[in-house]
Design a protein around this ligand. Structure first.
Ligand SMILES: [Fe+2]
Length: 305
């Protein structure tokens, strides 16, 4: 098997300007978030940093891009339009898989003016419409995208999958496991406890962990925390690495972690998977994007050979 290489990046948070809420758009959770963006977030994320991360990913020649949410900031229609342009700028829909974050679902937005503009990047193989979880097989890897982005009350940034989505996820994970694929589950909110506060946590992460303990998965990818984390989640054959990437546009403002992405290489030479994760990013603003570290994992195969 040829090693399969993919990029994991998250939380690009494209600039909100020139948009601002208008008219009735102020009467929503957007108001507080707009004020927070004006106060802090617009200083914390820059297009230049995001462009440097994207250029570095391109220079590595990856086979696929996995983006775990939060293109937007306060879910204004203009953000979805510019988000669609950004997605097209990084690659065709077949080569980029996206799952929504809480900032892409801050308030209810009609599908055709919101997430629908990114539909091609969230549509499963052979599917005609967006439905979560989706499944996209690329080489030996099954990219499985779940949607934890739901509108929440002001000051909360929680996520939720819901019982139905978790049930469908169980079918998809079991099926792709039987087929011996390397299952990568993408979900914006981290699954492990303690990576983010409860105010920001996925409310049904315990149910998802119970499912994963039965079905397994080879790797979990998240964003949301805006800092890096590697946790281990219980699987049927051993721990499942659960990887959280910081924001790909963060300059390291105040206590923020500056931008990083993960270069993941999946290989096998028999019964086991060999996985290498190279962490690439910047040490500080204005520094070049370089390798910052990494690790290798040997994971039990799901029928590969
Ligand atoms: Fe975010």
């Amino acid at each position: 098997m040829q090693p399969f290489r993919f990029a994991h990046l998250s939380d690009p948070h494209l600039p909100l300007a020139p948009d601002r809420p208008r008219g009735l758009e102020w009467l929503s959770k957007r108001t507080l978030s707009y004020q927070s963006w004006q106060r802090k977030r617009r200083h914390a994320h820059t297009p230049a940093m995001l462009a440097a991360i994207v250029a570095d990913i391109r220079s590595q020649g990856v086979d696929h891009w996995a983006v775990t949410g939060d293109i937007a900031n306060i879910s204004l229609p203009g953000e979805f339009r510019r988000g669609a342009e950004w997605l097209r700028s990084i690659g065709p829909a077949a080569g980029v898989s996206y799952v929504p974050g809480n900032h892409d679902a801050m308030v209810h937005v009609p599908f055709d003016q919101g997430l629908g503009l990114w539909a091609g990047y969230m549509t499963g193989d052979g599917a005609k419409a967006v439905s979560f979880p989706y499944l996209r097989q690329r080489g030996p890897v099954a990219f499985i995208g779940a949607n934890s982005g739901v509108p929440t009350a002001p000051l909360l940034a929680q996520g939720h999958l819901g019982a139905e989505q978790i049930e469908r996820l169980g079918d998809t994970l079991s099926d792709t496991g039987r087929r011996g694929l390397f299952r990568v589950l993408m979900v914006h909110h981290p699954v492990a406890d303690g990576v983010v506060s409860n105010r920001k946590g996925m409310t049904d992460r315990k149910a998802l962990r119970a499912l994963l303990a039965r079905t397994g998965a080879e790797m979990l990818l998240h964003g949301h925390a805006h800092h890096a984390d590697l946790s281990m989640i219980k699987g049927p054959l051993g721990p499942i690495p659960s990887l959280t990437a910081p924001s790909a546009s963060a300059i390291g403002y105040r206590h923020d972690m500056p931008a990083r992405w993960h270069l993941v290489t999946v290989d096998t030479d028999g019964p086991d998977w060999h996985v290498q994760v190279e962490v690439r990013g910047v040490e500080r603003r204005d520094a070049p994007v370089t390798a910052l570290g990494g690790w290798s994992l040997r994971l039990p195969g799901t029928g590969v050979g």
